[in-house]
Every structure is written in structure tokens, then in C-alpha cells.
Ligand binder design. Structure first.
Ligand code: FMN
Length: 258
């Protein structure tokens, strides 16, 4: 029997208001498409200290982080999921501080992406202005984590809402949930964009030459990333093969001239 998909939503609002309502609507739509195991993770209920910026996770490894709190528990939650949603209110033209700290605490993943094969999207709720950039920001964070990223939604949720506004909101969420579901049920990893492939090739050469004593080097080696086409097995066409080779060349050149 096919295993039920697990989806988690990580919420950056301490209230059970607009962010929560948007995720509930998303869950409702998703469940009309397929029965999924859906879990709400309220960051306000987890103990996550502020990153002190010591860089130990980058350099030595995340297991050496001096902060002992719920970070690993949150990692497990993402690791056990097939789909992940980051949902945040717009606070002062950014994600909420809770969501930002969550991202900071996992920023070692930008060096060592991990969550390949898992589907990701972002929901941002706001009063009036600035949320589209935040949605894009969260989506780019998702890519850095390694997720398969699907375009999310930015929603105007200021109360009181007219019936027309409510309907528009529901429609946007339904569309986002449908996009998410399409990727969730597709088991394959996407072929990388030219930009991501190029960045991978440049950075692996920087890691290989400049960082042999750092955790990134070990991680790349363990994953076979110094030899592979990309982070994961994927078909890249001839054009991307050339582009990748150029990325390797450029990365080596930059590293050797540091
Ligand atoms: C501290 C703070 C800053 C905010 N900054 C913005 C903003 O820059 N732009 C905006 O459109 N809405 C802003 N808002 C409005 C919230 O995004 C909006 O009320 C949202 O629905 C809150 O989500 P919640 O109900 O889940 O808490 C701000 C709200 C707070 C509390």
C-alpha cells in the first residue's frame, strides 16, 4: 500500500490568526486532492535560542553548535516530511523575527543542502505591502535548504475583509495548494536551472581548494559532490554539461587566485 504523504507547516506567527487561517485553507485544499498527514509546527511553541554568530556550524559542523534547544527536533520534523511549508506574517517588510531566527539557526544548510526530493512552498500574510519580496525570499531559502520549491502565495489578510476579498484569498490559496500537490506527488527531482548548476560547480571548486579542513569539504566528499554532475542524479543536456564544465573551470581559477 502507498504510504500517506506527510506535510508540515512551520508557522512564524505567535497568534492563531491570519497565518494560521491561511495554512488551514491550504490544508483543506490539499486534503481534497489526497489524504495527507498534516502537522502544524508553531515556532512560538519551540525553544529556539538566537544564533550568536560563532560560525561553529559552518566551520566544524552543526553538531558542535553551543546552543542546546529544539533545533534538532525541528530538523527531524522536516526530515520526516515529504512536503514543507514555511508560513510567516510580514513584519516590517520581512518575515517575523521567529521565522528569521529559525532560518539563521539552519543557515549551515546553505553550505550543505540536505532536503532533496522534498516539496516546499511559502505562504506570506500581510496588511498591505512588501509581502511578495518576502515570499520570494522564503522560496530562495527553500532552494538553499535543498527543497523542490514551488511558487507559494502572498495574501492580504487585513480584517475586516469583504466577501469578495475572502473569495480572492481562498482562490489564491487553492491555486498555491494545487501547485504544491503536483510536485508533492511527483517523486522525481527537478533538473537544475542553469544558474543553480553553475553555482554548484563554482562552489564545489572553492570548497575543494579553499576549505579542506572545514565541514563542507567532508560533506561534499561523503556525498560524492566533487565528482557528480549535480547534488543529486539528474539528466543534464549537452548545453548544461558545457556550462557546468565552465563553472568548474571558473571555480578552480577563482580558488587558485585567492
Ligand atoms: C510588528 C508588525 C509589523 C508589521 N509590518 C507589516 C508590513 O511591513 N507590511 C504589511 O503589509 N503588514 C505588516 N504587518 C501586518 C501583518 O502582516 C498582518 O497583520 C498579518 O496578518 C499578521 O499575521 P497574524 O494574524 O498571523 O499574526 C505588521 C504587523 C506587525 C505586528
Amino acid at each position: 500500500m502507498k504510504k500517506m504523504k506527510k506535510v508540515i507547516a512551520i508557522l512564524g506567527s505567535a497568534r492563531k490568526k491570519a497565518t494560521y487561517r491561511a495554512v488551514q485553507e491550504f490544508e483543506k485544499t490539499l486534503k481534497t486532492l489526497e489524504e495527507v498527514d498534516f502537522e502544524y509546527i508553531f515556532l512560538s511553541k519551540y525553544y529556539l535560542q538566537f544564533c550568536n554568530g560563532c560560525l561553529t556550524c559552518f566551520n566544524k559542523g552543526e553538531e558542535y553548535c553551543p546552543l542546546k534547544d529544539d533545533r534538532d527536533l525541528l530538523f527531524e520534523k522536516m526530515d520526516q516530511a515529504d512536503g514543507v511549508i514555511f508560513a510567516s506574517p510580514n513584519y516590517s517588510f520581512q518575515v517575523s523575527a521567529r521565522m528569521k531566527n529559525f532560518l539563521d539557526r539552519f543557515s549551515y544548510l546553505y553550505h550543505r543542502p540536505y532536503f532533496f526530493g522534498k516539496t516546499f512552498t511559502a505562504l506570506v500574510v500581510q496588511g498591505f505591502l512588501g509581502g511578495k519580496k518576502i515570499r520570494k525570499y522564503l522560496e530562495s531559502m527553500g532552494k538553499h535548504f535543498g527543497f523542490k520549491v514551488v511558487k507559494g502565495a502572498c495574501l492580504k489578510t487585513l480584517d475586516p475583509m469583504t466577501e469578495k476579498q475572502e473569495k480572492k484569498l481562498e482562490k489564491e490559496i487553492r491555486k498555491a495548494a494545487n501547485r504544491f500537490y503536483k510536485k508533492l506527488k511527483a517523486d522525481s527531482n527537478p533538473s537544475p536551472s542553469s544558474g543553480r548548476l553553475f553555482m554548484f560547480r563554482v562552489s564545489r571548486n572553492l570548497v575543494e581548494v579553499l576549505a579542506p579542513e572545514f565541514r563542507d569539504y567532508q560533506y561534499y566528499k561523503e556525498n560524492g559532490w566533487f565528482e557528480s554532475d549535480y547534488y543529486y542524479e539528474t539528466d543534464i543536456g549537452l548545453l548544461k554539461k558545457f556550462l557546468g564544465a565552465f563553472g568548474d573551470f571558473l571555480g578552480k581559477h577563482i580558488a587558485q587566485n585567492q
